[in-house]
Design a protein around this ligand. Structure first.
Ligand code: PGA
Ligand code: ZN
Length: 426
């Protein structure tokens, strides 16, 4: 049985030029595995803490040397000598060592980089592909048994809110190629639509730089205009809306919520919850949205359940900032019937074990599982293997552009080739 021999960590850059962590675990049989962690911009207030140095002399305070130190000097000595297949035990050791409810002592970034590196080292040691090993781990955590399949991608083609240029309030405008079979064809469709979005924006004279997740960050009059641009692009690319491809939104409503009111450029006056729900009803009538993420602010539990009941199963509400991959919040949302889907981000909670426990509870409630990247990413494609291994329904990895996003889509295609036995490399 191989044991963890060395834990090393370094500061690297993410896709937004912010420092993040890269941890390498070496086993006593010389197997090494490396994992890096992503970073969000629109962060729910109930997320575990991402530890930064706050030293204004380095990277405008965003350095992560304290977190690097924690990995090498605090976590490392406690997990060296352990068997990397003991994921839950190792995660618990880190949780106990931290000793806080939000990982504010060691930092969720330090802990997660170790948690993922441990998983990867164990997979390699067993000569399994990462997604196969995640599947095995998911069975240990009693997740719903599923055949290995590739989740349907949710692709973010227009970036607004905190990821855009300050022009649109809604954060993400998605296409979901649910009616198209096969991940390769789904990605092809999304790319063709993406290119047509660019074309439409050029025709409309709307500036089309890209935002944090590789989607366009255009200069449009309203959020509705952005939906219309995507709908047109679907048509121009030769696909049928609500048959081949569906629309969805990550509204990330906290961004434009203040004192009980939602302010968006589509309406001349700020809206209260009921008025905003009525706005969504009209929007859905027009575009038949498949998913609606964070439509209301993160503490409006009553508003969420009201909207979820109203929309039923046709447009599923997705909890991201509402839930923060946090078990207690997920349980509350199940009880109060606030959503029908969860956005799962391992770095919102900080360990793989806790993430798996959240997925299990959400699956048992009949929710759809969406495994998500963060807006600040690295080229690590672990999240693709993770999504396949846990049997997720959807993935959310941004636009089909920019290296850090494309790495994840390319990995999904490769996994598909492996599981359909077209190719056997990893
Ligand atoms: P974030 O955005 O990674 O900046 O939090 C992603 C999301 O809100 O889904
Ligand atoms: Zn979100």
């Amino acid at each position: 049985m191989a044991k963890i021999k060395r834990v090393q960590c370094r500061e690297i850059l993410d896709s937004r030029a912010n420092p993040t962590l890269e941890t390498t675990i070496t086993l006593d049989n010389q197997i090494t595995a490396t994992a890096s962690v992503p970073s969000g911009a629109s962060i729910g207030s109930n997320e575990a803490l991402e530890l930064r140095d706050n030293d204004p002399k380095r990277y405008l305070g965003k350095g992560v040397l304290k977190a690097v130190y924690n990995v090498e000097n605090n976590i490392g000595p406690k997990i060296i000598g352990l068997d990397p297949t003991q994921q839950e035990k190792i995660d618990q050791i880190m949780i106990d060592l931290d000793g806080t409810t939000n990982k504010s002592n060691l930092g969720a970034n330090s802990i997660l980089s170790c948690s993922i590196a441990v998983l990867k080292a164990a997979a390699q040691n067993q000569q399994r592909k990462i997604f196969e090993y995640v599947l095995q781990l998911a069975q240990k955590f009693q997740l719903r048994e599923k055949k290995l399949t590739i989740p349907t991608p949710i692709l973010n083609l227009i970036n607004g809110g905190k990821h855009g240029t300050g022009n649109l309030e809604f954060q993400e405008f998605h296409v979901i190629p649910l009616g198209i079979k096969g991940i390769d064809k789904q990605i092809q469709a999304a790319v063709e639509i993406y290119k047509n979005v660019e074309k439409v924006l050029i025709e409309n004279g709307a500036v089309h730089s890209v935002g944090d997740e590789g989607g366009f960050a255009p200069n449009l009059f309203s959020n509705l205009d952005a939906l219309e641009v995507v709908a047109r692009a679907i048509n121009l690319a030769g696909y049928t809306l609500n048959k081949d491809v569906y629309l969805s939104l990550d509204v990330a409503a906290d961004y434009f919520y203040k004192n009980g009111r939602y302010t968006i450029r589509d309406r001349s006056a700020p809206m209260n919850t009921n008025e905003f729900i009525e706005y969504y009803r009209q929007l859905r009538e027009q575009y038949s949205l498949l998913l609606l993420e964070d439509p209301l602010e993160e503490e409006d539990w009553r508003g969420w359940s009201h909207l979820a009941v109203r929309f039923g199963n046709h447009t599923k509400l997705v909890g991201d900032d509402l839930l923060c991959t946090n078990l207690a919040r997920v349980k509350k949302a199940i009880k109060e019937k606030c959503c029908q889907a969860i956005l799962v981000k391992p770095n919102q909670v900080g360990t793989i074990s806790e993430t798996l426990k959240v997925i299990k509870i959400a699956q048992e409630a009949g929710w759809q599982i969406i495994i998500s990247h963060r807006s600040g990413e690295t080229n690590d494609s672990f999240i693709s293997d993770f999504a396949v291994g846990v049997g997720a329904d959807f993935t959310k990895f941004g636009a089909p552009a920019r290296g850090e996003r494309v790495a994840k889509y390319n990995r999904l295609v490769k996994i598909n080739e492996i599981i359909t036995e077209k190719k056997s490399n990893d």
